[in-house]
Design a protein around this ligand. Sequence first.
Ligand SMILES: Cc1cc2nc3c(=O)[nH]c(=O)nc-3n(C[C@H](O)[C@H](O)[C@H](O)COP(=O)(O)O)c2cc1C
Length: 160
Amino acid sequence: MSCLIVYASRNGSTEKCALNLHEKLDDSVILNLEECSPPLSEFNTIIIGSCIRFGKIHKLAREFINTNLDILLQKKVAIFICCGMQEQVEDHFKLNFPPALLEHAMAAVSLGGEFPDHPGKRLDAFVLRQVRKNFSKEKKPLPHIDEDKIDALARTVCNP
Ligand SMILES: Cc1cc2nc3c(=O)[nH]c(=O)nc-3n(C[C@H](O)[C@H](O)[C@H](O)COP(=O)(O)O)c2cc1C
């Protein structure tokens, strides 16, 4: 089998992007890291997707990368994140991924993001309300999933 897409999402936008990529990539397998930790040896290409919360990738994505770093460096790898603040994307990558993996990856991109209507915990809802207010005050458009970037990532993975 050729391509494995693993992802960790809190409110669903990373999952939407992973599913969209899965539809575009023939012969790909998709796995939610909350459900299992996959055997990597069967795959040539690994795509890793994570949400960002308070500047950090999902704990399960971090654990997956730390546990499998040596094997990931021997595979074709692409990384995507979903986040709200596109101006922070460079920092999100720098602060969350091992430099060797970033250098090795054929792509490391943000696919955009969405602010959830119901983020779960009270603190999250409170923080999100403040963030939404700031977006509105600064007349910034709310984040959205960028279909063009998903297409571009799928093309990069097919033609590295
Ligand atoms: C509580 C909370 C904290 C967030 N913190 C950040 C952040 O630090 N930087 C950022 O760019 N986006 C941040 N976001 C926006 C998320 O990254 C965005 O909603 C993303 O689409 C979430 O992916 P998911 O739906 O797969 O969980 C935050 C969202 C929430 C609800």
